[in-house]
Design a protein around this ligand. Structure first.
Ligand SMILES: [Mg+2]
Length: 385
């Protein structure tokens, strides 16, 4: 069976503790933890040697020292983590076109289109691990599957220094025995409730026996949770440089399926983003529209402009078309977002002289009086959801 999508997930093993050991190799093999001093401090990360004593992250440091009296306790070294993160970003950017760093030590890559270059996913996985180790000295566990959730659960199951490929068609069988808490959206509270009812594994979520107990617990989300439990997961890998650099999104007070109001929201975002582009002397080569539906499923669609642009009236027809493609009839959406992507320095001569003057004047008015005067009314600012 071919790969409809191929997603890799990489997660550095005990990142903070491992980084400290790379910096001070004499600590290798010793029980090392990063955290605050006892009596009030908490462990942030523990090496595998420390874990063998039962030391865990989020444990009070005092408890950790009681379990492991020879524990080497280190203070967090954020510049070091940042530096390692940047070097790993360099590696993934060199290897892959589409990378999403979801945290300082975790990333997703969509390798679907690399099949011809890397026909064997296991060898691609080893390539990723080796490249990160060569660059930073850090061990990274890698999982791969047809979706992000299964790839991550595979990596979690293969730690430390592991590599686990879940081929297409075997996602549900792999997930079946995994604990419920491995699934995103099942936090400690929900996990506890499910445990009380009698559920233990991801497969239990699919068992019709529990239908009546699960329905009130998950409501409308049940369908989505059950899809994830079978490894059905279309969540895209969203390049972080692009999504973080210039994007706006908002959660609506009430879910909406009205094309006109979604267009109004995106038009407002585009006006603001285009102005930011001009202020930075940048132009966007493409645009990404993001929608989150009432079941929290996120879909995105990207489209390229015929040339890099930074004047919103020129960009709008493409954004509008992208939104129309993405919307499903009858669906209700809780969040809409817009990102301008593939940013490049604005080519000089993007506009003729008269038009540049008019745009400059408009931007000056906005700078003096705020964006409200230029038709951003009714659109809320970016939120952090
Ligand atoms: Mg990690």
């Amino acid at each position: 069976m071919g790969w409809p999508r191929q997603i890799f997930f990489g997660d550095v093993d005990a990142m903070f503790a491992s980084a400290a050991i790379v910096k001070a190799p004499e600590l290798a093999g010793k029980p090392v933890a990063v955290g605050g001093q006892a009596p009030r401090g908490i462990i942030a990360a523990a090496s595998y040697a420390a874990r063998a004593f039962g030391v865990r992250s989020a444990m009070p440091t005092a408890t950790a020292i009681r379990l492991c009296p020879e524990l080497v306790l280190l203070q967090p070294d954020r510049p070091l983590y940042r530096q390692m993160h940047e070097r790993m970003q360099g590696v993934t950017a060199r290897l892959f076109p589409t990378v999403e760093w979801s945290s300082i030590d975790e990333f997703y890559v969509d390798t679907t289109d690399l099949h011809r270059v890397y026909p064997d996913p296991a060898s691609l996985g080893r390539t990723i691990k080796q490249a990160i180790f060569d660059e930073t000295g850090l061990c990274c566990t890698v999982g791969a599957s047809t979706g992000k959730v299964t790839a991550k659960i595979a990596a979690d199951a293969a730690k430390p220094d592991g590599l686990l490929i879940i081929p297409p068609g075997s996602e549900a069988a792999f997930l079946a025995d995994r604990p419920l808490r491995a699934l995103p959206g099942i936090g400690p509270k929900t996990g506890e409730r499910l445990h009380t009812i009698g559920l233990r594994t991801i497969a239990d979520l699919l068992d019709p026996r529990w239908e009546t107990s699960l329905r009130p617990l998950f409501g409308q989300r049940l369908h989505w949770v059950r899809e994830l439990a079978q490894g059905i997961d279309h969540d895209p890998v969203v390049p972080d440089r692009e999504s973080k650099s210039m994007s706006h999104e908002t959660t609506f007070e009430r879910d909406t399926g009205d094309p006109a109001s979604l267009e109004r929201v995106l038009r407002g975002f585009l006006t603001a983003l285009a102005r930011e582009l001009r202020q930075e002397s940048l132009a966007a080569g493409s645009v990404t529209v993001k929608l989150k539906d009432a079941r929290f499923a996120v879909t995105t669609k990207q489209r390229r402009f015929s040339r890099p642009l930074n004047y919103d009236p020129d960009m709008w027809p493409t954004v509008r078309m992208t939104l129309q493609d993405l919307m499903k009839p009858g669906a209700l959406y809780r969040l809409a977002g817009l990102a301008v992507t593939s940013l490049t320095p604005a080519p000089s001569g993007l506009f003729d002289g008269r038009r540049s003057k008019a745009i400059e004047a408009m931007d000056a008015i906005i700078a003096r009086h705020g964006s409200g005067v230029m038709g951003l009314g009714g659109v809320s600012r970016t939120d952090d959801e």
